[in-house]
Design a protein around this ligand. Structure first.
Ligand code: MG
Length: 301
């Protein structure tokens, strides 16, 4: 080591020492502490918990400290009272509503589009009554045909239609949530950022996006994906094991959510992470194990 290198290294060492003792060092400690105060709000879809009926399922969820319930949107208008009654005096709220409409928004056939408009609006109204964070939708799956062609005009049309729907949802006290998938299921909305950009261009506070750890297979980073939506657009999260879409933990080491959780904690995400998955085992065993795993990874993030 020559004299110049010695001074360069000594200076770098001193600078590093100074940095740890500087106010920036304390600031990062404070940020870390704050990040660790963000609670993990877990939610279950209706099929997750074992139980013969809704009340038995909710009892099971309550024992595990689950705070959200995500029903399917099918027939929701007729279930509002049943769900309200079942949640009375419980520490569980309706999280999102999972689809359940008929038709699709990008249908070429006006009758199919009209069917979407009617059934989606019924579900959105019921979602508002239930205090839901929003109704999840995909504009068109690859297999839904005939579909409007994939052009700029179609994208503009989609944004206009979503604007109207978003404004309607706001009036009902809820939102519509776009769910990005992957290219096999929905080639034009396969990244969280794709959905967030459409939500932005819809120009309505009532249009949001979600991230589903199962569908997020094409993302280069879970952390980057959630931040691409950020607090402005991210309204919901789905979770499953990452190999076979079963209970988190059933696919072993593949089931790592720490990177994504880190983003959620940094953005102080205050909505739900909801189970959407099957299981290969006994739900009485695999469900509590999955909850424990997610809480440990959230702590670690
Ligand atoms: Mg999903």
């Amino acid at each position: 080591m020559n004299r110049k290198q010695f001074f360069q290294r000594s200076f770098a060492g001193m600078a590093a020492l100074a940095a740890t003792a500087s106010p920036f060092g304390f600031a990062s400690c404070a940020a870390k502490k704050e990040k660790n105060n963000v609670p993990l709000n877990l939610s279950f879809q209706e099929g997750i918990a074992p139980g013969e009926n809704l009340n038995e399922k909710l009892d099971f969820m309550e024992k595990l400290g689950i705070v959200g319930f995500e029903p399917n949107g099918r027939n929701l208008a007729n279930r509002v009272k049943e769900i309200q009654d079942a949640l009375k005096n419980r520490n569980i709220k309706v999280s999102a509503i999972c689809a359940g409409f008929r038709g699709f928004i990008l249908a070429e056939d006006p009758a199919v589009k009209a069917e979407f408009d009617t059934t989606m609006r019924e579900i959105v109204a019921a979602a508002g009554e239930l205090g839901s964070v929003g109704v999840i939708m995909v504009p068109a799956f690859n297999g839904q045909k005939p579909c409007l062609p994939h052009t700029m005009e179609t994208r503009e049309y989609l944004c206009e239609q979503l604007h109207e729907l978003g404004e309607y949802a706001l009036k009902c006290g809820t939102t519509v949530i776009l769910e990005p998938l992957n290219r096999r299921e929905c080639f034009y909305m396969r990244l969280v950022a794709d959905g967030a950009a459409i939500a932005r261009d819809a120009k309505s506070e009532g249009v949001k996006v979600m991230g589903d750890f199962w569908h997020m297979q094409e993302e280069t980073s879970d952390y980057g994906a959630f931040w691409s939506a950020g607090t402005k657009y991210l309204q919901h999260v789905h979770i499953a094991s990452r190999g076979r879409r079963i209970m988190p933990g059933e696919d072993g080491d593949l089931d790592n959510y720490v990177d994504g959780f880190r983003a959620l904690k940094e953005m102080k995400y205050d909505k739900y992470v909801c189970f959407e998955c099957g299981t290969k085992g006994d739900r009485n065993v695999t469900v509590p194990a999955a909850v424990e795993l997610l809480r440990a990874q959230w702590e670690q993030a």
